[in-house]
Design a protein around this ligand. Structure first.
Ligand SMILES: [Zn+2]
Length: 149
């Protein structure tokens, strides 16, 4: 119940339409692919915390989960969130005990990922067994910056 208090709107966020597309065989865990299908013109681009400009991750950490890098999610108020999947997010701190409850990615337990500098909510850290992990980050909470200059 503390999770519910800390994360208003979380339940609504499970209305992730992309995940429900497949029918027929049950897939235990999402498929995680390399970023080869992602746009290459973002190479060298950093993703910064929108609130304090700390570097959270980079474009080279982008991955494809269940066929998509970005996943659209709606909260109970009808707002859409665009969540991007990243292999790593060195600028995040994770908090809370991982839970499978309401997870968007079957088999992956989530915990909360916060900006390590300002503690704003950046997204979620997903972990599974056998060991596998990725971050789902709220793209609207990130801004792009270049690390080349
Ligand atoms: Zn921040």
């Amino acid at each position: 119940m503390t999770l519910g208090a800390a994360l208003p709107g979380l339940k609504g966020l499970i209305l992730q339409t992309a995940w429900a597309a497949g029918d027929g065989e049950e897939t235990a865990t999402p498929e995680i692919e390399a970023q080869e299908e992602l746009e290459q013109d973002l190479e060298g681009v950093d993703y910064l915390c929108k609130f304090c400009r700390r570097k959270i991750t980079t474009a080279s950490e982008r991955i494809v989960v269940n066929g998509q890098h970005t996943h659209m999610c709606a909260n109970p108020y009808g707002l859409l969130f665009e969540v991007g999947c990243f292999a790593r997010a060195s600028g995040c701190l994770t908090t809370g005990v991982p839970t499978l409850e309401f997870t968007w990615f079957p088999g992956y337990a989530w915990s909360i990922a916060l900006c390590a500098s300002c503690a704003n909510h950046m997204g979620w850290h997903y972990t599974a067994q056998p060991p596998s992990e990725f971050y789902g980050l709220i793209l609207d909470h990130l801004v792009q910056g270049s690390n080349s200059g």
